[in-house]
Ligand binder design. Structure first.
Ligand code: ACO
Length: 406
């Protein structure tokens, strides 16, 4: 008997993924928002930068244009604006948040985390905040973690953001990579509920042995006195293509097995938007027509962690994702990482309250004032503690941390 139950525990441990805790707490997605830069960079413009053609890019990738952040924006400001929209949609105050998770592959700083900057600007004074790095699979990892926190009773409201300024880590002379990527951000708010539904199951995978097929250096030198390192994105396109074409269908099947469902039980599949041919390979692998997949790669290219939330929000806006639909999110990325998630999109839009909207806007102004006061207090503290001048830290704002949020 004891041996049997041990075998069962081992079997369960070997099984990848999670499927709720069964304790009556469910993580529902109650708010969503996106932010895409206004500047459109077309294939025609890229044609003037490297030896390529609109026809080649469309044929091989499905991409026609992508968005590029202007110099007033950062990964944090794009993420912040997406987060504000998600909070408005959820009709929640930043004070209600217990946790903020930012998935990004292009943070402006190694530290502090982009999540900390966004937490401060939102005035989410009760929330813990951290960044998560799983490249383009990051959003799926982050939503999975948020749901697990909620189901375990560690949080009631979690903000998850995927945000990127990949244009700043691309080598714009490298035609094999610069055609693929774009900038943007998307955010979800997840809340605890006793009603079954929301994030039902997820599977997360990693194979670090493939790490050298897609990477960007952090800027950390290889030795203490070594030369500065290049940060550009480096990719073995064919290798990543082969891997992605294999795992997208596999991960989808795996998460369905985890949830005890069949592919026909799913209404919409929203895949990471990296290459239309990878999505077509997934459709072939799952023996599904392409119209079961939501695709918007043509207008945004690959926005890494932002690609899935941007696609989800557009699918909702275009009526392709409706209340009570079953939705699979599936993605892959550097690491190598891959994963999938099954969501019951049983969202009842919360009633819009103009009073709440006004209060939230006032809260953002207060958050700004609060942040300035805290900075000032630190300066005063340093003066009154009479630290020697050369040990005082004079920076009052992060370099490159732009103030623009609207
Ligand atoms: N324009 C014109 N020709 C090009 C271009 C370009 N932009 N890029 C490459 N070529 C050429 C190559 O030099 C090659 O020429 P050759 O035959 O004379 O040597 C030819 O086109 C074919 O090159 P391939 O690399 O075989 O082209 P492929 O069909 O594989 O497409 C691509 C390349 C689009 C990069 C594809 O491999 C791909 O999409 N891979 C997956 C990449 C991906 O999804 N990365 C994101 C991961 S998510 C994350 O974590 C960031």
């Amino acid at each position: 008997m004891a041996a049997n139950s041990e075998t069962q525990v081992r079997k369960r441990m070997r099984r990848n993924g999670r499927q709720g805790t069964g304790n009556g707490r469910y993580a529902h997605i109650v708010g969503w928002g996106i932010e895409v830069p206004e500047r459109v960079l077309s294939n025609d413009e890229i044609e003037r930068m490297v030896e390529t053609s609109d026809e080649w890019i469309r044929d091989r990738t499905g991409i026609a244009e992508r968005r590029i952040a202007d110099e007033r924006d950062t990964t944090a400001t794009l993420g912040l604006r997406a987060a504000r929209k998600a909070l408005t949609q959820a009709n929640l105050s930043p004070r209600d948040l217990d946790l903020i998770i930012v998935a990004t592959s292009s943070p402006t700083h190694l530290f502090p985390a982009t999540a900390n900057t966004i937490q401060d600007k939102l005035g989410a004074s009760r929330a813990g905040a951290f960044d998560l790095l799983a490249a383009c699979t990051g959003f799926i990892y982050a939503v999975s973690l948020a749901a697990a926190h909620i189901e375990a009773g560690m949080a009631n409201a979690v903000l998850v953001i995927g945000t990127e300024t990949l244009s700043r880590i691309l080598d714009w002379q490298d035609r094999s990579t610069c055609i693929l990527f774009g900038d943007g951000a998307g955010a979800f708010v997840l809340c605890a509920s006793e009603t079954p539904g929301g994030v039902r199951a997820s599977v997360l995978h990693s194979d670090g042995s493939g790490g050298d097929h897609l990477y960007a250096r952090s800027g950390v030198r290889t030795s203490w006195n070594g030369p500065p390192t290049e940060q550009s994105l480096v990719m073995n396109g064919q290798e990543v293509f082969r891997f992605a074409s294999r795992v997208m269908a596999q991960a989808t099947e795996e998460v369905l097995e985890q949830a005890g469902l069949a592919i026909d039980d799913v209404d919409v599949i929203i895949p990471h938007q990296a290459n239309i041919r990878i999505i077509q390979a997934a459709a072939r692998g799952l023996k599904l027509p392409m119209d079961r997949f939501f695709v918007n790669i043509e207008r945004y290219g690959n926005t890494s962690t932002a690609s899935i939330p941007i696609a989800v929000v557009e699918a909702v806006e275009q009526g392709q994702l409706k209340s009570n639909d079953r939705l699979v999110l599936v993605g892959f990325g550097a690491g190598l990482t891959w994963g999938a998630m099954l969501i019951e999109w049983d969202v009842v839009p919360s009633a819009r309250s103009y009073l709440q909207d006004a209060l939230r806007e006032s809260w953002y102004i207060l958050a700004h004032v609060r942040s300035m006061v805290r900075r000032l207090l630190r300066v005063l503290e340093a003066i009154f503690w009479k630290q020697p001048r050369d040990t005082q830290h004079r920076a009052t704002r992060l370099p490159d941390d732009k103030e623009q949020t609207d």
